[in-house]
Ligand binder design. Structure first.
Ligand code: ASP
Ligand code: MG
Length: 437
């Protein structure tokens, strides 16, 4: 008998028939003898609808009340799912995030989990019941107010609960068959990745792959929670995110066993190509090339609470003693950062500032890069053959990222996917539902 945490995204519980279908899937695991904890998202696009409703009532809804409103979405789906499960002949109990022991800080809209005390969940399981938990919500340790973990945060609820309960696996049910070698909407020949390490998945999520919430992956890596990302619309295997030494169910009666290897399977050199079109680029022109200038610049950027991604500083020319510094950041943070830097222009003594949101970032990810030279040469050759100009480059041990013009991004992703022989031999990827909203 195993303990399985299953998370169902909004498209998997979009309406009454969908909720009944999901209940059947859960019941099958329970009938096979497994303990099951279910984390649900709000039905379909209802979180977006609640946000629209709040905006229609007030131009600036208080963060506390917005959180209170949004958590209602998950309450609806959890209670309905418990009802549907009862009809399958199983006892099911639903719990809010607060009842499930999701203790967070007080940052409304982007609260962080600081403790998980799932006593009532454990009790429900001990009583033979299926526990259903509202995703993406918690309660502040200090203010006792209801908080949310940020959009897409139900993944994080599921992984945090799985870690706290010592679950054998955390299954993330969505509307695609798993993690793909690229976004199937851009690369029709993308294929499902059968297996990746936590480390690679973290790089992919950070590089813009949207299937999993970044913080959920960080959490899973820290606590070594095996993840299985799969579709609730089929019984197919999805993507396993796992290290060696794992044994867990992948269906009511089927098990996966990695053996005791550190790396469970022969891994391909490249796992996938991620892209991110939500970044902008700031360039400071003519920054004096003296110690302390970069520190001063990025203190100001950090004070504006922006997460900077790539940074490039040119070699300064001897004649001017000045250099250019460019960095990328989420477009949502750009206005604030540009304002702060412009205000500090005299202190920083740069000559001018340029900002562009017409950029895109492409990242190639693969643990095999470590032991295979020539990956960057092949990447740059593919981009050059596609006529794509590279504006910036950054690398980690298992990732190479480049910034291109936004208009070139999709073409670049397809070219790189082909160049690394990732194109599927047997047809196009299946996307089942969801509005992508
Ligand atoms: N319902 C929330 C959202 O759409 C949380 C989630 O789905 O994970 O952001
Ligand atoms: Mg959602």
């Amino acid at each position: 008998m195993s303990l399985v945490v299953q998370k169902y995204g909004g498209s998997s519980v979009a309406d009454a028939p969908a909720i009944r279908r999901v209940a059947q899937r859960i019941a099958a695991y329970r009938e096979a003898g497994h303990e099951v904890v279910v984390v649900v998202s709000a039905m379909g696009d209802s979180t977006d609808e609640l946000i629209d409703l709040a905006a229609a009532v007030s131009p600036a809804p208080p963060a506390r009340e917005l959180d209170m409103l949004l958590t209602a979405g998950e309450r609806i789906s959890m209670a309905l799912l418990a009802m549907a499960l009862t009809d399958t002949g199983h006892e099911a109990r639903s719990f809010t995030g607060s009842q499930a022991g999701m203790i967070t800080d007080a940052e409304h809209g982007k609260a962080r989990i600081i403790d998980v005390t799932p006593g009532r969940i454990r009790q429900a399981l001990d009583d033979g019941a299926i526990a259903i938990v509202a995703g993406f919500q918690g309660v502040s340790q200090t203010t006792k107010d209801i908080t949310t973990l940020g959009r897409g945060g139900s993944d994080t609820t599921a992984v945090a609960l799985a870690a706290a309960l010592g679950a054998d696996v955390c299954e993330i049910y969505t509307d695609v068959d798993g993690i793909f070698t690229a976004d199937p909407r851009i690369v029709p020949l993308a294929h499902r990745i059968p297996l990746v390490s936590h480390e690679e998945m973290l790089e992919m999520a950070a590089a813009g792959a949207k299937v999993l919430h970044l913080r959920a992956v960080e959490y899973a890596r820290r606590y070594r929670v095996p993840l299985h990302v799969r579709s609730s619309f089929s019984d197919r295997m999805g993507t396993l995110i796992v290290e060696g030494g794992a044994h867990f169910p992948v269906g009511p009666e089927q098990f996966y066993d990695s053996g005791n290897e550190v790396s469970p399977m022969e891994q391909p050199i490249i796992s996938g190509v991620a892209h991110d079109a939500s970044q902008g680029k700031v360039t400071l022109i003519g920054v004096p090339d003296v110690p302390g200038k970069a520190a001063a610049v990025f203190q100001i950027v950090a004070a504006a609470a922006a997460n900077v991604d790539m940074i490039v500083q040119n070699v300064s020319t001897e004649i001017t003693g000045r250099t250019d510094i460019s960095f990328t950041l989420p477009t949502d943070d750009a206005a604030q950062v540009v304002d702060a830097l412009t205000t500090a222009r005299d202190k920083l003594s740069f000559l001018s500032l340029e900002y562009s949101d017409q950029i895109g970032k492409l990242s190639l990810i693969g643990a095999g890069m470590r032991s295979h030279p020539g990956v960057s040469a092949r990447l740059f050759a593919a981009l050059s053959e596609a006529g794509v100009n590279i504006q910036m480059i950054s690398t980690s041990e298992i990732r190479i990222s480049v910034v291109t013009a936004k208009d070139d991004l999709d073409r670049a992703v397809r070219a790189v996917h082909t160049a690394f022989e990732l194109d599927s031999a047997n047809g196009e990827a299946v996307v089942y539902g969801g509005t992508g909203r």
